[in-house]
Design a protein around this ligand. Structure first.
Ligand code: PLP
Length: 402
């Protein structure tokens, strides 16, 4: 969205494959910007005339107005993300949570009812159960894979179904086509948090989702460098999102947009490597006597293995497992590793290890954790891009300590 320049290069991406779009979509090609996509660290823009300013403010003329809601670097990221998702438009937000709250603010109103899967990101639960509740939006939580539960909870008063699939940390998979049919039958919206798969592994809109949200902080950046969020959908819905962004201002900085843009260029290769590593770790963990159970949808014994094979182009980078014993043994395992990072984050080049029961799921009651299947001996590993042999050697240190 730069103004026309005499050194602009011709570009034609019509019919381009998704791998090409990941590298080139949204780019405004000039002799200067081809290999050094510019970061526009500007708050505002100037206009040719008073009439031009008026036309841009009213939206009659497309173009940049003010960086709270229009910035060329951010726009390049949005166009590239929409291309990867096969969607009409994307809107960038400051964080994943800003994207999720933004969707709620843009599409819900007092008196609406929403149905949310119980296993969504912990802070997402807080948005619905604590904040939206104050404004008269009532939430029913259901088990992600319990289709009968969804059918019972959704009715004509339901405005939105919100799911995250696969779930964290147990990799449960929801049938998005079935949920989309249920949403449509009740004139409700299906919103999918696709942070764990990214468009490289799953494109929810092709399965009937209305809106897809992302924490770009995870795999989209992929290198633990910045925070970011994205909302993807059709242009009618995204017009509402831009309206909200313009009013409320949870804006992504151009610098962070540029970082995530660079992340997208290697997304497919990284996701493939994360999946391969997690799969190898899952197969290895399964053979270990001190490991009671492994949760990875790539294993044939996983309850939604078939569905994951059809719905996703890979089983993801997260593998969880239960060690023999309880919390003490799980903590000893984690503390015995010498390379893998002890953190609750994921989607980084560096492999991370987490004890969900006392961190990501620590605020739940024992009963809620039991219901979610988060045992005290559960450990989650998010595979990075190190050598799998080195990861196994580090996990072996953990097993010796159990
Ligand atoms: C991290 C995460 C979020 C929140 O994103 P932030 O960028 O941390 O605000 C939302 N959903 C999922 C699935 C996440 O992993």
């Amino acid at each position: 969205m730069l103004d026309e320049k005499h050194d602009r290069l011709d570009s034609d991406l019509s019919g381009a494959h998704v791998d090409t779009l990941a590298v080139r979509a949204g780019q405004y090609r000039t002799m200067e910007t081809e290999h050094g996509e510019p970061i526009f660290t500007t708050s505002s823009y100037v206009f040719r005339s008073a009439a031009d300013a008026a036309a841009r403010f009213s939206g009659e003329e497309p173009g940049n107005v003010y960086s709270r809601y229009t910035n060329p670097t951010v726009r390049t990221l949005e166009e590239r993300m929409a291309a990867l998702e096969g969607a009409e438009q994307a809107v960038a937000m400051a964080t994943g949570m800003a994207a999720i709250l933004g969707v709620c603010m843009a599409f819900l109103e007092s008196g609406d009812r929403v149905v949310v899967s119980r296993s969504v990101f912990g802070t997402t639960t807080t948005i619905f159960s604590r904040y939206l509740k104050r404004f008269g939006v009532e939430t029913t939580f259901v088990d992600l894979t319990d289709m009968a539960g969804w059918q019972q909870a959704v009715n004509e008063d339901t405005a939105m179904l919100f799911v995250e699939t696969p779930s964290n940390p147990l990799s449960e998979v929801a049938d998005l086509q079935q949920l989309s049919a249920l949403a449509k039958a009740n004139a409700a919206m299906l919103v999918v948090d696709n942070t764990f798969c990214t468009p490289a592994l799953q494109r929810p809109m092709e399965l009937g989702a209305d809106i897809v949200v992302y924490s770009a902080t995870k795999y989209l950046d992929g290198q633990g460098r910045c925070m970011g969020g994205l909302v993807v959908g059709n242009s009618e819905h995204m017009k509402e999102m831009v309206g909200y962004l313009r009013a409320a201002g949870p804006t992504l900085s151009p610098f962070n947009a540029w970082i995530i843009l660079k992340g997208l260029e290697t997304l497919r290769l990284r996701m493939q490597a994360h999946c391969d590593a997690a799969h190898q770790l899952a197969l290895w963990l399964q053979t270990q006597p001190k490991v009671d159970r492994v949760y990875y949808s790539g294993l044939p014994g996983h309850p939604q293995h078939q569905l994951a094979s059809e719905q996703q182009r890979g089983f993801g980078g997260v593998v969880s497992f239960e060690v023999s014993g309880g919390k003490e043994e799980a903590w000893r395992f984690i503390d015995a590793t010498r390379m893998i990072s002890i953190t609750a984050n994921l989607g980084d080049t560096k492999t991370t290890i987490t004890h969900p029961a006392t961190t990501t799921h620590g605020r739940l009651s024992q009963e809620e954790r039991d219901r979610a299947g988060i045992q005290d001996n559960l450990i989650r590993v998010a595979a990075g891009l190190e050598s799998v042999a080195d990861l196994i050697a580090d996990l072996e240190r953990g097993l010796e300590a159990v």
